[in-house]
Write a protein that binds this ligand. Sequence first.
Ligand SMILES: Cc1ncc(COP(=O)(O)O)c(C=O)c1O
Length: 154
Amino acid sequence: MIYLDYNASTPIHPEVQAAMAPFLAASYGNPSSGHWAGPPAAQAVARARAQLADLLGCAPAEVVFTSGGTESNNTALLGAFWAAGERRRHLVTTCIEHPAVVAPCHFLERLGAEVTSVGVDAQGLVDPSAAELAADLSWTNGVRGQRAWLWDEL
Ligand SMILES: Cc1ncc(COP(=O)(O)O)c(C=O)c1O
């Protein structure tokens, strides 16, 4: 049997498995715990955060660990919406998003966001001009003086 669903889940890389092994056995503490099991885990998380920040070229404080895709999408979308304040409340998304993106978009619509879903071609690629047009229309129509924003502006 050939497994063709790497989009959904993959086996863990052996190097990752080896790096994780101590924390699945001996060093299993909660990083927030004040007792003996906490500090080793906290140090490991801090090290991982610093390594990721270095890889991504950002500050360690900008690295946010989540439990998975759904939490990440919700954190990014809701966080950007609330951080944007009153002026930038137009989300441009696509018609092929995962429900973990669609649901928070619908939620934000109920909170007053304008959501535009642009189409994709047969390869699933977004036409950049369609996304730009969606943003421009909002800018031009800006009834409340809102400026549209695209994901790459986040
Ligand atoms: C694009 C995308 N977003 C979110 C999810 C949901 O991820 P999770 O199960 O980690 O919450 C998936 C799962 O396949 C996904 O493919």
